[in-house]
Design a protein around this ligand. Structure first.
Ligand code: PLP
Length: 399
């Protein structure tokens, strides 16, 4: 029994590759070659070199002593916020562009919602001198304009998508359309553990550096290489997948995931797709999706743009349905409170997404000796406007 992907690209009943006929060969070629490329010495050498000297890895595993005291456990923070470009997404973007080059691709496409994955992709395209087109819903182009400017400064072409609700799902459709038109020369860099197989496995492997480092760092700090708890936020699932990858089949380690409750799961103003979604096909994969009875996607809502996705990748759907992972929702107000708490107790301003993992701490019952590792997926610079807007709603006495 394993929670890793099976030979057909499934995680239990989730996953697979539901792609248009015209992409079948492209996706199949990727499926045939990704493992051998990712595991090759040549790839590993270049990837590890860039992770160290360009991204700044290993990211520290920081013992948060004031937070530990407050929550009655030994809390370590895995500091993905300290990476170049400010989040974990760069780990994956670097790996995928190296994969694209090894496969002889000459053009990169991506889609982005909040712009974080777009910026990571534009960054590695500048680094590797590859042309890059990023699809982005026209509404998101307006809402996330600083990231649009960053991508353009990096040399990427940002293409505003006018169809549908003009958000992430529409940008994804447009990126898939582009891929269908240029399957031979174009590599589609997907930013999370979503999309058709083998993408979820590719992204999980490229993010697994997070848990590989946790193992070594815990050995050094605690004398054992596993924690009692691993905690992370889930949007599509990539920072969580990287955090748990090397522990997924180790039942000594409990997994706790925070999805975006938005205004509350009962309101439908939410992005808690693991808990309220139903099985459907989205982005080429069989996953849990927020949809109406006749299969129309319900527009998700979260204060955090990076968690505002109507589904969750197949890995986490399976972990949740099998009971391997505990999944809790953190609502907007709880995430905001958690962000200010980490800022005031530890001097670290987290991304709003990461705050959804931190917001689970008050919901947990730890024992004093429990070793808890929580991944801080990104830094909060991009969220300053939101934090300042809500600063008067924070209960400072509770911190
Ligand atoms: C994109 C993003 C997320 C959500 O994506 P996952 O694939 O679920 O990790 C979380 N945190 C930050 C900082 C992000 O930029």
């Amino acid at each position: 029994m394993t929670y890793q992907v099976d030979d057909n690209g499934f995680y239990g009943e989730f996953g697979g590759a539901y792609v248009p006929e015209i992409l079948y060969k492209t996706v199949d070629t990727l499926k045939q070659c990704y493992r051998s490329i990712l595991e090759s010495e040549e790839f590993q050498k270049e990837y590890m070199y860039l992770l160290r000297d360009y991204v700044g890895r290993p990211s520290p595993l920081y013992y948060a002593s004031r937070m530990s005291e407050k929550y009655g456990c030994k809390l370590y923070l895995k500091r993905e916020d300290l990476n170049h470009t400010g989040a974990h997404k760069i780990n994956n973007a670097i790996g995928q562009i190296l994969l694209a080059k090894k496969m002889g691709k000459t053009r990169i496409i991506a889609e982005t919602g909040a712009g974080q994955h777009g910026v990571a992709t534009a960054t590695v395209c500048a680094l590797m001198n590859m042309p890059c087109r990023v699809y982005m819903g026209a509404l998101d182009v307006e809402r996330q304009f600083p990231n649009v400017e960053r991508m353009r400064m990096l040399g990427a072409e940002v293409f505003p998508v006018q169809s549908g609700n003009k958000t992430l799902k529409d940008a994804t459709n447009e990126a898939i359309r582009d891929w269908c038109c240029h399957p031979a020369d174009t590599f589609y860099i997907i930013g999370s553990t979503v999309g058709p197989h083998p993408y979820p496995d590719i992204v999980a492997r490229l993010q697994s550096i997070i848990s590989a480092e946790i193992k070594e760092q815990l050995m050094e700090k605690e004398g054992r290489d596993y924690p009692d708890y691993l905690m992370a936020c889930v949007g599509g699932g990539s920072n969580a997948a990287g955090t748990i990858f090397n522990y997924i089949d180790d039942d000594r380690v409990k997994i706790v995931l925070g999805e975006a409750g938005g205004l509350g799961m009962e309101t439908l103003q939410t992005a808690a797709s693991l808990q309220i979604g139903t099985i459907g096909i989205l982005h080429g994969s069989r996953i849990k999706v927020m949809q109406t009875e006749d299969g129309q996607i319900i527009e998700p809502y979260s204060i955090s743009a990076g968690l505002d996705y109507p589904g969750t990748g197949p890995i986490h759907c399976n972990l949740y349905e099998q009971g391997r992972a505990q999944v809790l929702a953190a609502n907007d107000d709880e995430a905001l409170q958690a962000a200010f708490e980490l800022t005031r107790l530890e001097g670290i301003i987290p991304a709003l997404e990461s705050s959804h993992a931190l917001a689970l701490l008050p919901k947990m019952k730890f024992k004093k000796d429990d070793v808890v590792v929580l991944t801080v997926s990104g830094r909060g610079d991009k969220d300053m406007a939101t934090y300042l807007k809500h600063k008067d709603e924070i209960n400072y006495d509770a911190i």
